[in-house]
Design a protein around this ligand. Structure first.
Ligand code: IMP
Ligand code: MG
Length: 171
């Protein structure tokens, strides 16, 4: 499939640094647990935590709502759960893309039930026009109204995750 660069690597790096600064400021004096949603968030999270200036702990969860298709199936399954205790901790969920919001709505409810002290969402890409469940994104890298994106962790059938820029796939 053909692809076109939408957000170049330098623009991503600049934005990631801004978000890291903002989070470092907002969470000063605390040690939040950053929960990365596998696998799409790993590149973003790796850059984000290295740009942060406060102590953080990191953990991962895997939630699947997509098969080999490009639209959410609506059913969410947790196939890998957290290892760190999060009760009483400030938690920030790190997502690659919030699209329909179904994945995040499910994860959010689950983590709140576990008694976190606070819960915020940080997403590299927000596609607010496509929301089915209302999930606000507290820290957002870029707003992208449409198109299927790949690169910088984002995949299409497990391909393109390693691209340093974000591209839009063309049929
Ligand atoms: P949601 O449950 O519809 O919000 O789905 C969110 C998940 O779908 C994201 O974490 C991505 O893994 C995947 N996704 C949604 N849109 C895209 C895209 O444009 N490119 C790659 N993955 C996407
Ligand atoms: Mg994902």
């Amino acid at each position: 499939m053909k692809r076109e660069v939408l957000i170049p690597a330098t623009a991503i790096q600049e934005r990631v640094k801004e978000i890291a600064d903002q989070i470092s400021k907002d969470y000063e004096g605390t040690e939040p647990v950053l929960v990365g949603i596998l696998k799409g968030s790993i590149i973003f999270m790796a850059d984000l935590v290295r740009a942060m200036r406060i102590p953080v702990q990191i953990d991962f969860m895997r939630a699947t709502s997509y098969g080999a298709e490009t639209r959410s199936s609506g059913t969410v399954r947790i196939t890998k759960d957290l290892e760190l205790p999060i009760e009483g901790r400030p938690v920030i969920v790190i997502e690659d893309i919030v699209d329909s919001g179904l994945t995040l709505a499910y994860v959010k409810e689950l983590l709140i039930k576990r008694g976190v002290a606070s819960l915020k969402i940080c997403a590299l890409i927000d596609k607010p026009e496509r929301r089915v469940r209302d999930v606000p994104v507290d820290y957002c890298g870029f707003n992208v109204p449409e198109g299927f994106l790949v690169g910088y962790g984002l995949d299409c059938n497990e391909e393109y995750r390693n691209l340093p820029e974000i591209c839009v796939l063309k049929e």
